[in-house]
Design a protein around this ligand. Sequence first.
Ligand SMILES: NCCC[C@H](NC(=O)CCC(=O)O)C(=O)O
Ligand SMILES: NC(=O)OP(=O)(O)O
Length: 328
Amino acid sequence: MNHFVSVADVPDIPALVSRALAYKNDPYQDVTLGERRRIGMLFLNPSMRTRLSTQVAAQQLGMEAVVFNVGSEGWALEFEEEAIMSGNTVEHVKDAAPIMGKYFDILCIRTFPSLKNREDDYSELYINQFIKYAGIPIVSLESATLHPLQSFTDIITITEQLALQGKLDTATGKPARKPKIVLTWAPHVKPLPQCVANSFAQWVNAWGEADFVITHPEDYELEPSFTKGATITHDQDEALKDADFVYVKNWSTFNDYGKIYVNDPEWMLTNEKLALTNNAKVMHCLPVRRNVELSDEILDGPNSIVTTQAGNRVWAAQAVLSELIRRK
Ligand SMILES: NCCC[C@H](NC(=O)CCC(=O)O)C(=O)O
Ligand SMILES: NC(=O)OP(=O)(O)O
């Protein structure tokens, strides 16, 4: 693994899941692995879980993590090639990234999409410019279109739940029977990125161990290369039938980019809807708008595993960082 920016960087998902769960079982087993190594964590956008879990993971590998809120505290970066920098940007990534490559062993970056220009966002210019110019491994802490540390965590969490339910073949680390996993759109008050949904779809498809269904209102189709392989339906009740896991997330429109079309509150998951499922575990990446995106009764009820899921962010980050350290 040279970078960690999408599922394409992971040659063996079950092996990486096993490593993450081994860290959960024994967090300090590799506490000397990262000695005298340093990660830089650049934030162009806010974060709670990703920032803290990655710092904790680095510490458990004996590494130091330096956080730089570059979006609010740094010089405004320019990412376009051949830009004439007479506007608000002060420093080109071409100049900044190689310097960071001298300070750190691994560079982690969070950057959200503009949701204004689809071609720009989907070109992943920011993360690709860091890959091009930093000269060290790059880890996405959520980029314009993907959130791989979140999705890896989600596969870890599903695997762990299946093991707890005695539904995992321990020899292979794979489910004895494919669980039904449903990704459902949910209402929100503002247009959100498609990253978490794109990335979850990409990882579940690459994992290949699920009966995978995506449900959303009309006009919320995701980019087809990420969803290919999933069953897509606009009938949420039909989708929820016999589901083992329900992943709840809002996203804005992809086709007419970055908009809110229908925002029907009926799409919020409730206990009544949950009754259609196979006593499904409910997941969400967080942060969540309570009683808009997901109801109190679900979040505070016995089927929600959102806190366990967020807790697992540490083991995902630790497994990824350890792979990148071992590579060097
Ligand atoms: N890092 C996980 C989710 C980040 C982002 N959520 C948000 O921006 C929520 C903002 C709000 O609720 O106002 C998203 O959906 O991609
Ligand atoms: N799920 C997630 O990435 O949370 P943060 O935005 O708080 O990092």
